[in-house]
Design a binder for this molecule. Structure first.
Ligand code: SF4
Length: 346
């Protein structure tokens, strides 16, 4: 069993006002009016488009993330990830509701199987932040909600698949679920001898750093599984002091931290931004892992960056950064046995 040292940290992370992560999650901004008001953006210019986008995919922004945005700046790179726009209502050929064909990869309720050695468990459909470009913005989470009988079915499927050595907690954001539930899943999965690693794909330690609480660190540091956390950070301004501190606690608990970003027009499609992102990640103890080419999801065409532009950006990063700070530029192509690297020198 891997024994790591849990750390008492809640007092530090919530020192600004004492609110728990559950409170911050439940108090997230869920209305376009309030979002615009809090950021000092004129309703007469923004509200009608924001409402139109919101009807398709609701607004959700937690306060600790909002506080990192610049008031009065509609181009703020964090705001651009969460502000609904009228453009979302446009139908554009090639942009579809399920760009990664995930609905065809559902093995049993709540379990997606795309690759031979890994399986993805949809622990919850809830997220702490609704990212407008999300490739799962149309995902039928309600159909994949795990009921009491489904849990055993998932475990039986995993037990019957000895080639799976890694389970990925996904969602939604798996850390939107309670630590009690997550610890139960981790315990059940760790009893399957062929499963060695547990990976969590999450944005929560970034958007609500208070999520890295004692209860989370406790189960992470005592499970016999090796833990990898793949964060989702797109811009260096997302990494503030509380986030760095939370990431430090995760590392101290023995968690391997990686980051995946999506290349997004108007957010991070500049070499300076991506260079700074890699530097800031490394300073926070996180290795840049993937830079995803944009997945063509309906309602998000305005974020699309052509592959040739993405290649040029990564070539520029190669010239500026040591190799270990350059994320791999990849695209997920349905049906392929793993992520497809984009050739940088075609
Ligand atoms: S947190 Fe992840 S799953 Fe949730 S909306 Fe953002 S990108 Fe999608």
């Amino acid at each position: 069993m891997i024994q790591r040292t849990p750390t008492r940290i809640e007092a530090h992370l919530s020192e600004h006002d004492g609110r728990s992560w559950q409170q911050l999650l439940s108090e997230s901004i869920t209305s376009p009016e309030i979002l615009l008001d809090r950021l000092g953006l004129p309703a007469e210019h923004w509200l009608s488009g924001a409402r139109a986008g919101h009807r398709l995919f609701p607004v959700r922004v937690p306060e600790p993330f909002l506080n990192r945005m610049e008031r009065g700046n509609p181009e703020d790179p964090l705001l651009r990830q969460v502000l609904p726009l009228d453009q979302e209502t446009r139908q554009v050929p090639g942009f579809v509701s399920d760009p990664l064909a995930e609905e065809g990869a559902i093995e049993t309720t709540g379990l997606i199987r795309k690759y031979r050695s890994r399986a993805l468990l949809m622990v919850t459909g809830q997220c702490a932040v609704n990212c407008r470009y999300c490739f799962r913005r149309h995902f039928p989470y309600d159909d994949q909600r795990l009921g009491p009988g489904d849990r055993q079915q998932v475990l039986d499927t995993l037990a019957d698949s000895p080639e799976i050595n890694e389970v990925i907690f996904s969602g939604g954001d798996p850390l939107a679920a309670s630590d009690r539930l997550l610890a139960q899943w981790a315990s059940a999965i760790s009893s399957l001898p062929h499963i060695r690693r547990l990976r969590l794909h999450t944005r929560l330690p970034v958007v609500i750093p208070q999520r890295v609480c004692d209860a989370l660190l406790k189960w992470l540091s005592t499970t016999p599984l090796q833990i990898i956390m793949v964060l989702h950070i797109n811009h260096p301004a997302e990494i503030d002091r509380p986030t760095r501190r939370a990431l430090g606690y995760l590392r101290a608990a023995g968690v391997t931290l990686l980051n995946q970003s999506v290349i997004l027009k108007g957010v991070n499609d500049q070499a300076d931004t991506l260079e700074q992102l890699s530097e800031s990640l490394f300073e926070a103890g996180v290795m840049p892992y993937y830079l995803h080419a944009f997945d063509p999801v309906a309602g998000a065409h305005h974020y699309d960056v052509p592959d040739d532009d993405a290649r040029a950006l990564v070539r520029e990063l190669l010239a500026r950064l040591p190799g270990f700070l350059v994320p791999r530029l990849v695209r997920e192509v349905p049906g392929r046995p793993g992520k497809t690297p984009l050739n940088l020198f075609p």
